[in-house]
Design a protein around this ligand. Structure first.
Ligand SMILES: C[S@@+](CC[C@H](N)C(=O)[O-])C[C@H]1O[C@@H](n2cnc3c(N)ncnc32)[C@H](O)[C@@H]1O
Length: 208
């Protein structure tokens, strides 16, 4: 934590992202946006891979959405799935305030239903950020692989569940799902995967 705080302190203020965090607090929403260092990593990865179509699962207040959109080229769009209409509305407002409102497709509802619909529509994506209900991570990963263009990148947050993932005494549904998700990232022949252990853990994979 001290190391992460030190490294985060090296970066200057970020008014757009600070406004999102303030808005989340003001609305009484959970303060569970992606960690600042991983937000910067998302921007960097998107800048490097230049995806046309990005899919985010779990919008909350738009923090990660802004990080993703920042790295994208002007013709790129972000499709952002969110269960709760009030959170999706906050994300839309914050993404618009950061100047990216016209590049956001906000989809409200259970992500499993939204992913099914996107598949039926024949949609394909170049970059995914999975950051919603943890029990569904293995399912979201399968759906992401199904919706992926070749060499698409998949990122997923909270792979360590604040230590619960590696605590043998923890056997709840989120923990079991996350262990399975992490195993697939590491071992599935369709993926080239890697796990980053900082903050609450981030997984990255490329679909071969
Ligand atoms: C950790 S927060 C997302 C944070 C966001 N990615 C960010 O970093 O700014 C998880 C979000 O997933 C949403 N969520 C939970 N279950 C969901 C589901 N079944 N379908 C879609 N969204 C869901 C929650 O409402 C919440 O907004």
């Amino acid at each position: 934590m001290e190391i992460e705080a030190y490294l985060d302190s090296l970066y200057g203020s970020d008014p757009d992202l600070e406004r999102v965090l303030e808005d989340i607090r003001g609305r009484g929403m959970p303060e569970i946006s992606v960690a600042p260092g991983y937000g910067r990593l998302l921007t960097l990865l998107v800048s490097l891979t230049r995806p046309r179509a990005v899919l985010e699962i779990g919008a909350l207040g738009g923090y990660s959405g802004i990080c993703l959109l920042r790295g994208m080229t002007a013709d790129g769009t972000l499709t952002s799935l969110e269960l709760r209409e009030e959170y999706a509305a906050a994300a839309r407002a914050n993404v618009a305030a950061a100047g990216y409102g016209d590049r956001l497709e906000s989809v409200v509802g259970d992500a499993s239903d939204s992913l099914k619909r996107l598949a039926e529509e024949g949609r394909r994506f170049d970059f995914f950020f999975i950051d919603a209900d943890k029990e569904s991570y293995p399912h979201y990963l399968e759906q992401a692989i199904r919706l992926a263009n070749p060499r698409a990148v998949i990122a997923a947050d909270n792979t360590l569940l604040h230590g619960r993932t590696i605590d043998a005494d923890k056997v709840g549904p989120s923990v079991l799902a996350m262990r399975e998700f992490n195993r697939v990232i590491a071992q599935d022949a369709r993926l080239t995967g890697v796990h980053l252990p900082s903050y609450d853990g981030l997984a990255l994979a490329m679909v071969k």
